[in-house]
Design a protein around this ligand. Sequence first.
Ligand code: ATP
Ligand code: MG
Length: 431
Amino acid sequence: MRYSNLFGKTARDYPKDEVSVNAKYLLKAGFIDKLMAGSYTLLPLGFRVVEKIKQIIREEMDATGANEMLMPLLHPKEIWNETGRWDSAKDIMYQLKKDNKEYGLSFTHEEIVMDLIRKRTQSFKDFPIKIYHFSTKFRDEPRAKSGILRGREFLMKDLYSAHVSEEDLYKYYWEVADAYIKTFKRMGLDAKIVEAGGGVFTKNITHEFQVLSEIGEDTIYYCNSCNFAQNKEIFQGKAGDKCPKCLSAGSRQAGKIIESNSIEVGNIFPLGTMYSEKMGFYFTDSDGSKKPVVLASYGIGSTRVLGTLVELYHDDKGIIWPESVAPYNVYLIAIDNEQKTIVKEADKIYESLTGEGIEILYDDRDVSVGQKFNDADLIGIPIRLVISAKTLRQGSGQAENKIEWKKRTEEKGELISLDEVLNRLKKAQKS
Ligand code: ATP
Ligand code: MG
């Protein structure tokens, strides 16, 4: 992509009312635009990152045997009335009326999934079912200061699984928990599995995926020795306590409880039979008896992940994207000479690397080199390539076709050949 062609460039003028680092950098670097509080456009750069996040999630969900599909966002009131959530979730759900009919905008999909499966299954042979989609969620969130971490309209991957028994549910539930840890790791996020309450979803204990961060809105307590972790809302104790899990396991060296702020990037819910019972949804088991379907749901906030990555990976110059989710692999800058021959070289390099499947943002603007360097740091693409008369050693009598290679995470660059550039980029692509 030639930068001159990119819609959504770095901006000096952007809404300054945002206090969070994620919103400031994403707005300034041209990844998002703000429509109103809690509502953002994903500009082309932001869209590319979210697509990479989604692709990682998709690969890991598919590996558990789940099917991707897409469900509607405008829901009839009647289905929500079946579980009573039209009323009990009315604070969070946008509800509207048109021509005397009432609708809700999706804040989640349990009722809709149950209605869907109810129409398409009969016996135990039709289970288990594992279906998911990526779509928009609408939630009437109180005004918050967390930028894109808390939208009123945001993107979520939600997966639903339906089973004939609790035992079958939990087998898959823990498989998805493992897939979530792997998913987050691939994006550069080290998530902890934290026990929590189920809010408007369930009375059962649920599991959140929390990433430690100063700016996180959640508080969690976790053990520095075992995998014990609980959300503040259910933890009975305080920082510095001996870990209750270590103690009950009889460990002589019980770990210590640490308190931390954290960002919830995912949440999984073993919902059980509450939804099917309320919706009168029973399947016929192998012995002919009627049993309620056992349900679980699993969410990851794709746009919250975008913001979380910025909160974790930045410095005072801008964003530092992990390679796996960076909008482009390479930021290419040409420092031209008077004969205008350097830009011609850069054009060639851009064409040849693009032909090799390398994703390049080529800063071909007619602006100062200083501005290009600043924007490269702000946008945060992992590799910066600079080509100039100096790197080509033109006019030195022994011209060398070298390019400056610099990682966003490093201060100094090095001069390497185009072949070596390609080698390194190909290697990174494979890993
Ligand atoms: P929170 O406690 O932060 O309000 P939640 O527990 O209500 O979130 P869930 O219903 O568990 O959210 O939704 C699943 C996932 O969707 C969350 O783990 C989070 O990653 C994401 N998410 C939830 N609410 C928002 C929001 N308002 N903006 C962006 N992402 C969100
Ligand atoms: Mg949650």
